[in-house]
Design a protein around this ligand. Structure first.
Ligand code: AMP
Length: 209
């Protein structure tokens, strides 16, 4: 199955993607994680995007589309994938239409208050990318990942100023994708407010699996 996860930052797309890849036996493609890995490696791409990402802005469409087009050409995603964090603009969605057909777009419905609560407490493992939350899902030791022993840290773009910017960017540039995909008959809505186990149930129901 070929899916897009659409929703504001902090809606739980990455957390559900982790569970859904196991259920559907497909790969997760997170553009944010790819950019973060490039930043950690201090590659030319990583150096180019760091200040943009840290400020909560979007990387330019041309760079992002080229990255996803290349990733979608690889063998391990020919039978299915979850696109987590792409597309984020109408031009990205139009470009994707030209090189790929998706089965469904899952829209994560959550109010700003839910987003702020999740991002405020989010901590991420620098090594495996696992998301923790200081209230709902704390690591056993404050800054050590329970899964791989990596360092658990606060993303620069989860700090308050960047979060406000990301929400503004979401409203202006990404939210119009809801109607774009609804008009194509591809959109399914899920309530992203509950805890993850309940969201998994809604997700399966929405996809009829
Ligand atoms: P995420 O982990 O999905 O929240 O993405 C983190 C950051 O990476 C975003 O705030 C953007 O700066 C950048 N990014 C991720 N995906 C995209 C995209 N599709 N288009 C532009 N920038 C992106």
């Amino acid at each position: 199955m070929k899916l897009i996860f659409l929703g504001p930052p902090g809606a739980g797309k990455g957390t559900l993607a982790l569970r859904a890849t196991d259920i559907l036996k497909v790969q997760q493609i997170s553009t944010g994680s790819i950019f973060r890995a490039e930043m950690a490696a201090k590659s030319p791409l990583g150096l180019k995007v760091k200040s943009i990402i840290d400020a909560g802005k979007l990387v330019d469409d041309e760079t992002t589309i080229a990255l996803v087009k290349q990733r979608l050409s690889q063998d391990d995603v020919q039978n299915g994938f979850i696109l987590d964090g792409f597309p984020r603009t109408i031009p990205q969605a139009q470009a994707l239409d030209e090189f790929c057909t998706v089965d469904k777009v899952v829209n994560f419905d959550i109010p700003d208050s839910g987003v702020l609560e999740r991002l405020g407490g989010r901590r991420v493992c620098r090594k495996c990318g696992f998301n923790f939350h200081m209230t709902f899902n704390k690591p056993s030791k404050d800054d050590v990942c329970d899964h791989c022993g990596g360092e658990v840290y606060t993303r620069e773009d989860d700090k308050s100023d960047a979060v406000q910017k990301r929400l503004e960017v979401y409203r202006e540039q990404t939210a119009p994708l809801i109607n774009f995909y609804r008009e194509k008959g591809l959109l399914v809505d899920i309530d992203a407010k509950p805890m993850i186990d309940e969201i998994v149930v809604s997700f399966k129901k929405a996809l009829g699996i």
